[in-house]
Design a binder for this molecule. Structure first.
Ligand code: FE2
Ligand code: FE2
Length: 217
C-alpha cells in the first residue's frame, strides 16, 4: 500500500497537503514559530510547583505524541496493522482523558486570572476585544479537540468502509489529522512553556499561585 501516493491522488486531502516535494520539518531544525521574539521562559527549577506540574503534564503529553508520530509513520509505510490500530487507540484514549484534564487544569483558574492580569498591565492586542496570549492558548485547546475528533473519526471509519479505496482515503485523512494534531500540540506546549508560564510566574503573586495549586489539587 502506498499511502504517500494515495495522499497525492486524493482530492479530499490535496487542499491541506503541504508541498509534497518540500522539506519536512525537523525538531533539529525548528521553524521560526519555535523562536518567538519575546520568550519569557523560566527554568523549570525556578517555576512555582503549580506551573511545574503543568510542565510535568507536558512531558507525558509529548511522550504520547512521540508514540503517535512513530505509529503514524508505521501506518504510512505499511497500512493499519492490528498493532498500529491498538497503538492509535491507546493514544486517542489518552487524548480524550488526560489531555482534557490537563487543558481543564489550565483553563479553570490559571487562564482567567492571567488574562485579567495581562490586560491590567497592557499586554494585550490593540483591538477592542483585548486578546491576550491566554486567548490564543484557549483557541489552541479547541483546535486540538477538533483535530483529535476528526483523526479518531477517520481512522475508525477507515476500518469500517467496505470499499478498499475509500478505506485508504479515510485512513490517509486520519493520518494527516494525526500529524497536524501532533505538530500543533508541540507548538502549543512550546508557547506555554516559553511565554505563558513565564508570564504567570511574573504577573501572579506567590500566594495566588499557591491558591491555584490548592484549588486544583
Ligand atoms: Fe494548554
Ligand atoms: Fe499545557
Amino acid at each position: 500500500m502506498d499511502m504517500r501516493k494515495l495522499a497525492e491522488d486524493d482530492p479530499l486531502i490535496r487542499n491541506v497537503e503541504k508541498d509534497p516535494g518540500g522539506e519536512e520539518l525537523s525538531p533539529m531544525d525548528p521553524p521560526d514559530a519555535f523562536e518567538p521574539p519575546a520568550k519569557e521562559a523560566v527554568p523549570y527549577e525556578q517555576l512555582h510547583p503549580f506551573l511545574k506540574r503543568l510542565v510535568d503534564d507536558h512531558r507525558r503529553i509529548v511522550e504520547r505524541l512521540d508514540a503517535l508520530d512513530a505509529t503514524v509513520a508505521k501506518v504510512e509505510a505499511g497500512g493499519l496493522s492490528a498493532e498500529a490500530a491498538a497503538a492509535l487507540t491507546e493514544v486517542f484514549a489518552f487524548i480524550e482523558a488526560e489531555l482534557a484534564v490537563h487543558h481543564r487544569r489550565e483553563e479553570r483558574r490559571l487562564f482567567p486570572l492571567l488574562r485579567e492580569r495581562l490586560i491590567a498591565v497592557g499586554e494585550h492586542s490593540a483591538s477592542e476585544a483585548k486578546r491576550t496570549g491566554v486567548d490564543v492558548m484557549e483557541d489552541d485547546h479547541l483546535t486540538a479537540v477538533k483535530q483529535a475528533a476528526v483523526a479518531i473519526g477517520f481512522v475508525g471509519l477507515s476500518s469500517r468502509l467496505p470499499d478498499r479505496k475509500s478505506g485508504l482515503i479515510a485512513l490517509a485523512s486520519g493520518v494527516r489529522q494525526c500529524k497536524a494534531l501532533s505538530e500543533a500540540l508541540r507548538l502549543h506546549i512550546f508557547r506555554e512553556e516559553n511565554i505563558i508560564f513565564g508570564q504567570a510566574q511574573k504577573h501572579l503573586s506567590r500566594p495566588e499561585l499557591d491558591q491555584l495549586a490548592v484549588e486544583q489539587g
